[in-house]
Design a protein around this ligand. Structure first.
Ligand SMILES: Cc1cc2nc3c(=O)[nH]c(=O)nc-3n(C[C@H](O)[C@H](O)[C@H](O)COP(=O)(O)OP(=O)(O)OC[C@H]3O[C@@H](n4cnc5c(N)ncnc54)[C@H](O)[C@@H]3O)c2cc1C
Length: 507
């Protein structure tokens, strides 16, 4: 008789990073029988998804708009209690208010394309109503064609388009048409084109280069709803963390992975900044794809494809605690500038700089859990911005002295010029630059979405969820299918499907 066989161990998956993608994949994999350890650099999980609280005021410093909750409904149901039992999901009506330089404006409900079309009609004339109906019908067709074969499937490069065998399907997607060009085909009122342009920034992109297929975003927003989560959208991260703990995911915070190690071209584990080695059968990286590459040895780096050089834009943020109430606000508010293109020229141009007259977005939740009293307001202001680069070559040096303070005043002045002067009501203000986001959650350059969707190739050249390094997987905004809560959630599902159920590994 030989030695008695020891019990086989369950496969051990190490997840690098506890952003929404890392948490989602950890919960899913634990249900599939894997032993999961999640390693997070910061002293909290959630990454960009976070609600900041101070003196009774609360601000979603990352996502403030929750769309396509079905992705998270699926995740929560498959890992335990339902989404509705885990977070306080709230429908918004009114949801969006868009204000133009001539002070014309439109307010939209958070769900229902027909009602949105009517609102456009009432604000800008009948033509806009019928044109919006036609535009969202095109968005619906695009969604039907891309959802299964592309967004919910592993990336196969251009082959992802193969299921669109029918030339009319390719025409519907219009892969070589920009979002701006598509909007010009549908709308006569320039304000409607500006509203469509803004959806390119939901993927960190320039509407003049982003693909027409982003017309799916307003369709999704209006059909499946634009939601708030009571207490802050960041409470989704708290719920995800709780779910991971319930599923026995081991979460370690305040630890930084510095190396992904391999033996015979397959991952063997990760090394921490402290020198500690953690053995793993599989590694899922929720770190930005460019940083993930840097965690590999020089030799392994040569084996992985080059990452797109089309990074997403970043964001300049003001957190404002205000006394009193503002007339006519919706939950989400946008004040557009005279010349929207100047903003994209400034951000994506050869010498990136903060746009002088940017579109100003403010999220002001009418949520008792997010303000100290009814006669106060918590304003989260977000302005698109160039990425941080201390050498000011491929971005802008946001750490240069006095830059952020001057730019903050510029934004408040512009807002006043556009009819909303809140300066005398400010109790306190905090400024968050792209450099701050980079330091806080390891987002290169403070990029909001990882890579942009600029150009027809961008969507097909994002890093795939399964790396060429055996046992290494990627999840999060910089990998397929892209950034934003819905897509990151879909990426987590794709990755957990690729990995599959746990196999018993040898002791
Ligand atoms: C200002 C702003 C506004 C936004 N608005 C919206 C919105 O309204 N709606 C929407 O859907 N989306 C929005 N987004 C985008 C959305 O937040 C992101 O797409 C999504 O949260 C990214 O999730 P992720 O899984 O890629 O992880 P991330 O949030 O990028 O987190 C990655 C985590 O990994 C950790 N990490 C990285 N490297 C290591 C390492 N080596 N070791 C240990 N830990 C590591 C980081 O610390 C971080 O916690 C917004 C983002 C920002 C910044």
């Amino acid at each position: 008789m030989g030695e008695p066989m020891s019990e086989p161990k369950t496969s051990h998956v190490v997840v690098i990073g506890g952003g929404v993608g890392g948490l989602a994949v950890a919960a899913r994999l634990s249900v599939k029988g894997h032993r999961v350890t999640l390693l997070e650099h910061a002293d909290r999980v959630g990454g960009k998804l976070f609600t900041y609280r101070r003196e009774g005021f609360a601000f979603d410093t990352g996502p403030s708009l929750f769309t396509l909750p079905a992705v998270y409904r699926d995740l929560f149901l498959k890992t335990g209690k339902s989404l509705e039992e885990s977070i306080d999901l709230q429908e918004l009506d009114p949801a969006f208010r868009y204000v133009f330089p001539d002070r014309s404006e439109v307010t939209l409900p958070g769900v229902d394309p027909a009602k949105c079309a009517q609102a456009f009609g009432a604000a800008f004339g009948e033509e806009s109503e019928s044109q919006w109906r036609e535009f969202t019908a095109r968005g619906a067709d695009m969604w039907r064609l891309t959802r299964g074969p592309f967004l919910q499937s592993p990336l196969k490069g251009w082959k992802s388009l193969l299921p669109l065998a029918n030339p009319s399907d390719v025409n519907t997607i219009a892969p070589f048409t920009s979002l701006r060009k598509l909007a010009r085909k549908y709308f006569t009122d320039p304000r409607m084109i500006t509203i469509v342009d803004r959806y390119a920034t939901y993927t960190g992109s320039d509407p003049r280069h982003a693909p027409a297929v982003l017309a799916t975003i307003p369709y999704i927003e209006q059909v499946f709803g634009a939601w708030h989560i009571g207490g802050g959208v960041g409470t989704l991260a708290t719920a995800l963390e709780k779910r991971c703990v319930e599923r026995e995911v081991a979460i370690r915070k305040g630890v930084t992975v510095t190396n992904i190690e391999t033996i015979d071209s397959a991952v063997s584990g990760v090394r921490l900044g402290t020198g500690e080695f953690i053995a793993a059968d599989l590694v899922v990286s929720n770190s930005d794809a460019t940083l993930t590459q840097e965690l590999l040895s020089q030799q392994d780096q040569k084996r992985v494809p080059k990452i797109s050089d089309s990074p997403s834009l970043a964001g300049f943020v003001l957190l404002l605690a205000l006394d009193g109430n503002t007339e006519g606000l919706a939950h989400h508010n946008v004040w557009f500038p005279e010349n929207y293109d100047a903003e994209f020229d400034a951000i994506f141009g050869k010498t990136p700089a903060p746009p002088l007259d940017p579109a100003i977005y403010a999220c002001v939740p009418d949520d008792p859990q997010m303000r100290p009293s009814k006669d106060t307001e918590s304003w989260f202001i977000l302005v698109n911005a160039p990425r941080h680069d201390p050498n000011a070559r491929n971005g802008f040096d946001w750490d240069a002295p006095k830059v952020k303070e001057k730019y903050a005043q510029n934004i408040l002045e512009k807002l006043a010029e556009r009819g909303t002067d809140i300066r005398s009501r400010i109790k306190w203000m905090e400024i968050r630059t792209p450099a701050d986001l980079e330091r806080e959650v390891m987002a290169p350059g403070g990029s909001i979405y990882g890579t942009s969707s600029n150009g027809p190739r961008a969507a097909f050249t994002r890093p795939a969820n399964q790396s060429v390094i055996s046992g290494l997987y990627l999840v999060g905004g910089s990998s397929h299918p892209g950034g934003g809560l819905p897509l990151v959630g879909m990426g987590a599902e794709i990755t957990s499907e690729l990995i599959g159920r746990a196999k018993k590994s040898n002791p």
